[in-house]
Design a protein around this ligand. Structure first.
Ligand code: SAH
Length: 432
């Protein structure tokens, strides 16, 4: 799909069927959205496609110092790329579309990869401080069948946000909620919501280093979210926040680590050559996101704040004579473990399993056996479920056995599982 040849907007809500063709269409849509701003927009193109944009740029380059031009650029991109209309007051922040879109793309990855349900349905999100544009909920609803609660404390912002929701006919999917400064930031109890899938925020902040570390700065605002998250815990799967300063992101990760919150994600949003933002997500639930979403920071400066890896190649092997036979042997070696579940897909050469602990570990099995024979005290109930995915990647020059950590809090379990898998793959390879 190209700009202007936009995908149909999904106003249908959650009731899409999971036919193969709808999955293919979803894939194409997701690819379209992911690639949108990988290169900078071509302003000549925009002028050709949108008369309003042409009228303001008059054949010249866009003037970023002119608020009217900047606002038109935002409106034009929303219209051409997302089929969204917005209206904004002159005295409020005009959100740059590519940066806001980056946050939504990251949320999609986080949510899609931290669930066993494919595709994931009925997602509900909370946008804390939605502004006058309501831009995050609009961008989210334009590309996925999500629903949102959008909060703000500013009466004018609330009024404009409601207008923008109505302008796009999203009243049944986006609920704009007025809050007071002294209210909680996550109004689950006030709204009678047992749980939601994520919260997001582009926190209010002032561009001063001092503001950053005091109450009212972005770090202070997100600290409040962190405190509320320690009470709400699993009721929100992903708590997320964007930052204008790397120092705020580092500070939050330090706090998470000190609190023992191991399931978190860090990313950076880079737009153009100078604008950079950071975002952090954390979860008290057990599902782990893909590595690209969890460790989305490329700059060396901030690499030491990244969470544990969730993906690894355990071994490379030459092509065996019968890949089918080898795959079957590998699957059967895994299925001999004492698993909660194991499903192997012969076509895709991949399988998903859940283990009630480190079941491949000899000491663990001996203990379990003695326990069953009644010769030892019962093991303390071990809630450490370990979920994993195994995949045989086939290339012309050989095989690669990849492994992904899907569920659990024990990074050491993922490491030792890789050892088990390597041995199992090598032995299946010999017999294959
Ligand atoms: N999400 C929009 C606006 C971000 S600006 C965007 O990305 O463009 C931050 C917003 O948070 C402002 O609209 C401000 O009014 C709002 N805000 C400040 N304190 C708040 C609070 N306690 N609860 C909800 N919103 C708040």
């Amino acid at each position: 799909m190209e700009r202007g040849g936009k995908p149909a907007v999904d106003a249908a809500g959650d009731d899409r069927s999971t036919t193969v063709s709808s999955l293919v269409a979803d894939d194409a849509k997701d690819r379209y959205y992911r690639d949108l701003y990988t290169t900078a927009p071509d302003f000549k193109d925009l002028a050709r496609l949108d008369p309003d944009f042409a009228a303001i740029t008059k054949g010249r380059d866009i003037d970023f110092n002119n608020p009217a031009s900047v606002m038109q650029l935002t409106k034009t991109l929303l219209r051409l790329d997302f089929n969204l209309s917005i209206d904004l007051p002159d005295n409020r922040l005009c959100p740059p579309v590519p940066n806001r879109h980056n946050y939504i793309l990251w949320l999609k990855d986080l949510l899609d990869t931290s669930t066993y349900d494919q595709p994931r349905r009925g997602v509900v999100g909370l946008d804390i401080g939605t502004g006058s544009s309501c831009i995050y909920p609009l961008l989210g609803c334009a590309q996925r069948p999500w629903s949102f609660i959008a909060t703000d404390i500013d009466p004018q912002n609330l009024e404009w946000s409601r207008k923008n929701v109505a302008l796009n006919n999203f009243q049944h999917r986006i609920k704009v909620v007025a809050r007071r400064p002294e209210d909680s930031l996550l109004p689950l109890d006030d709204l009678n919501l047992n749980s939601i899938d994520f919260c997001m925020t582009n926190p209010p902040f002032t561009r001063s280093k001092i503001e950053m570390i005091v109450q009212g700065g972005e770090a202070g605002f997100v600290d409040r979210i962190l405190e509320e998250s320690l009470v709400l815990r699993e009721r929100v799967q992903w708590y997320t926040a964007m930052f204008g300063f790397l120092a705020s992101a580092i500070r939050l990760v330090d706090k998470l680590r000190a609190l023992g919150v191991d399931n978190y994600a860090v990313t950076e949003f880079i737009q153009g050559t100078k604008t950079r933002r950071w975002a952090v997500a954390w979860s008290f639930q057990t599902m782990r996101p893909v590595q690209d979403a969890a460790r989305g920071v490329k700059t060396a400066l901030s690499k030491n704040i990244l969470p544990a890896v969730t993906e690894a190649d355990v071994v490379r092997l030459s092509l065996p004579e019968g890949i089918g036979k080898m795959a079957e042997d590998l699957s059967s070696a895994v299925s001999k473990l004492e698993l909660i579940s194991w499903q192997w897909d012969k076509e895709k050469l991949e399988g998903i399993g859940r283990a009630p602990g480190i079941v491949w570990n000899r000491a663990w099995r001996r203990r379990r056996k003695r326990e069953q024979e009644g010769t030892t005290d019962k093991m303390a109930d071990d809630p450490t479920v370990f979920g994993f995915k195994i995949r045989i990647h086939v290339a012309r020059d050989g095989l690669r056995i990849g492994c992904r950590w899907l569920e659990g809090h024990d990074a050491a379990a993922f490491e030792s599982f890789q050892g088990f898998l390597k041995t199992a793959a090598q032995s299946a390879h010999r017999s294959g």
